[in-house]
Write a protein that binds this ligand. Structure first.
Ligand code: XMP
Length: 598
């Protein structure tokens, strides 16, 4: 199959470039710069990625200049652009102006990668060094305010390069430019999911050579797709899937996954029921971090037990993992996802497999969008393929626990001051007698939420007010809008811990919410939608209150609360109201709030 090589000079975007090329229908692979010329010759085009170093520094990554004589088209991006200049007789120097962020590209010649591209379009820059002299034979193709040689090329040799990153979405016409490069490569558009599957099946069979695979299935899209793919490749008898039911999952989650997998003809799927053990260990625990630790430790224990029974002899077994590309770079994925992954791999039998290099990670080169596409292709249902991320500790971090005595006294002055602040907006509010986790100034906070009501404001306005309030009053890290009619006259906190009964209550509420957003086509608009149970009896109603926390995010490090249509929200509130004392809507971004409440 025709393929494009992406040379990774240490950029976080190298795999993103590969992803973009595949999206355009052409197979691509990421190679290290020291690959041999014979290796490079296999490709129809070569893209040099960005990288954190300076090309002129001693020891900076480089490539054999003979690559440019192979007659294979080359595209250099950022560091790749500078590497081309440096290696072919141009000059790179530390820039007088460092350029980060958006810039306008002035096109001087619309040829090669710029054919048909609109002038003055937005491009995304991130560089300190600058090309100050082009190599002989190169034509100056584009500039920005702060970067004279923003683009250059030697059309006869089919070498083009840009200082900006055309692989990121902030570069308006990046995909078209990449597409133009693929045209220059005269490459066949042969890449699709079927091809990938065929290829992976061959590859996986070769690596495994008759051994069996053990895989922990979390129910999330990555591990489920990896499991389905391996089962398809090897036959279901050769892939043992283990799912630990902590009892802290969404309603019927175990059944849904089982049905989905069995629907694909996968039989070798095993559920370990740990419900009693997990809830038993969490009895009486209030502190969120303590809950997390107990769950993590218990997870290891039950996993170790289940794995021991299997007697995973490393000669016969390989460990399967649903690792996807962002999991392997520090800045992407969620900071917690890593922790949970280590949990999965820390029991001695599994460590032994890892030590012996007995690991197969069929999705390791891919991004979430590709994994989802593959899941669809493998026949997994939408509710698995488009599933929101779900935290390892599950509903435990969405069921607030409290001891009445531990709620810090609030100062009457603060409440008075807040009331005064809210008045011009025709809003009223009360500081709730519970605490939730937040993140302010890079550290975690454990502070109080403010509930507000009255005043008919748009979510945009509420966002401004919420931000102003959390900036102004350090006691607060969240603001919630009361959705149920009326006001909060009384609010009593009740002592509460994690019990089966409370888990059931939240499972039902969460089920109502998730069904509602699915029925209304909102599932894909959000990153996650936690529903949170809080031990507050509002206005004397002897039921707990619920908080809705839908968010939009790219990778969970920051998030914005989702601005749901008010009419829809009214309908959702009506469905929840009979089960709770009040329904609130979290109107806090991250920071200062976290996505989860604990
Ligand atoms: P926060 O609440 O910190 O969450 O904004 C960011 C993302 O991480 C998920 N999350 C967890 N995932 N174990 C996990 O596997 C955890 O302990 C955990 N805590 C939060 C959260 O759902 C969100 O996607």
């Amino acid at each position: 199959m025709d393929a494009i090589a992406i040379i990774d000079f240490g950029s976080q975007y190298a795999h993103l470039i590969a992803n973009r090329v595949r999206r355009l229908g052409v197979y691509s692979e990421v190679l290290l710069p020291d690959a041999s010329l014979a290796e490079f010759k296999k490709y129809k085009g070569i893209i040099l990625s960005g990288g954190p170093q300076s090309v002129y520094e001693h020891g900076a990554p480089t490539i054999d200049p003979k690559v440019f004589e192979l007659g294979i088209p080359v595209l250099g991006l950022c560091y790749g652009h500078q590497a081309i200049a440096h290696l072919l007789g141009g000059k790179v120097t530390p820039g007088e102006t460092k350029e980060y962020g958006l810039a306008k590209l002035v096109l001087l010649k619309k040829i090669g990668i710029f054919e048909g591209i609109r002038d003055h379009s937005q491009v995304w820059m991130s560089h300190g060094d600058t090309v100050t002299k082009m190599p002989p034979g190169f034509i100056h193709l584009g500039k920005t305010d702060d970067c004279f040689y923003a683009a250059m090329g030697d059309p006869a040799k089919k070498i083009f390069s840009t200082q900006f990153h055309m692989e990121v979405t902030h570069t308006q016409h990046g995909m078209e430019m990449l597409h133009n490069f693929l045209k220059i490569c005269e490459v066949k558009y042969e890449w699709n999911t079927e091809k990938f599957l065929e290829q992976k099946i061959v590859e996986v069979k070769k690596i495994l050579a008759g051994r069996k695979v053990f895989l922990m299935v979390s129910g999330g899209v990555d591990s489920t797709v990896a499991y389905a793919l391996l089962s398809e490749a090897l036959g279901t008898d050769f892939v043992y899937g283990l799912f630990v039911d902590t009892g802290l999952l969404r309603k019927d989650e175990d059944k849904k996954i089982e049905i989905a997998l069995r629907g694909l003809g996968i039989q070798n799927f095993h559920i370990f029921n740990g419900r009693k053990r997990f809830l038993g260990a969490l009895k009486g625990v209030i502190n969120p971090e303590e809950k997390r630790k107990i769950i993590g430790d218990m997870f290891l224990k039950v996993q170790a037990e289940a794995v021991k029974k299997l007697k995973l002899n490393p000669e016969q077994w390989v460990l399967g993992q649903g690792t996807i590309y962002p999991d392997t770079i520090e800045s992407a994925g969620t900071k917690y996802a890593d922790k949970i992954k280590t949990h999965h791999n820390r029991v001695p039998e599994i460590l032994e497999l890892i030590k012996k290099g007995r690991i197969v990670e069929p999705l390791a080169q891919f991004y979430k969008d590709e994994v989802r596409h593959l899941g669809e292709h493998l026949g997994l249902p939408d509710e698995i393929v488009w599933k929101h991320p779900f935290p390892g500790p599950g509903l435990a971090v969405r069921i607030l626990c409290a001891k009445k005595t531990e709620i810090p006294e609030q100062s009457a002055d603060t409440q008075t001051s807040i009331n005064k602040y809210l008045r011009p907006w025709n809003l009223e509010g009360t500081i709730l007698p519970i605490q939730s986790v937040g993140v302010q100034g890079d550290s975690r906070t454990y502070r109080r939420p403010l509930a507000i009501w009255c005043g008919r404001h748009s979510f945009d306005k509420l966002e401004q007010i919420s931000t102003a309030l959390t900036n102004r009053y350090w006691e607060l890290n969240r603001v919630c809008l009361l959705l149920t009619p009326g006001e909060i006259k009384t609010c009593e906190v009740v002592a509460a811990t994690l019990t089966e009964k409370r888990v059931k209550v939240l499972q039902e509420l969460d089920d109502i919410v998730m069904n509602f957003i699915e029925e209304n086509g909102l599932l894909r608009e959000m990153w996650q939608f936690p529903t949170v149970l809080v031990p507050l009896l509002i206005n004397g109603v002897k039921k707990e209150a619920v908080i809705l926390r839908p968010v939009c995010s790219e990778e969970a490090m920051t998030a914005n609360f989702y601005k749901m249509d008010f009419d829809l929200l009214k309908k959702l509130t009506a469905k929840l109201k009979p089960h709770v004392s009040a329904v609130l809507y979290d109107v806090t971004n991250k920071p200062p709030g976290t996505i989860e409440w604990e």
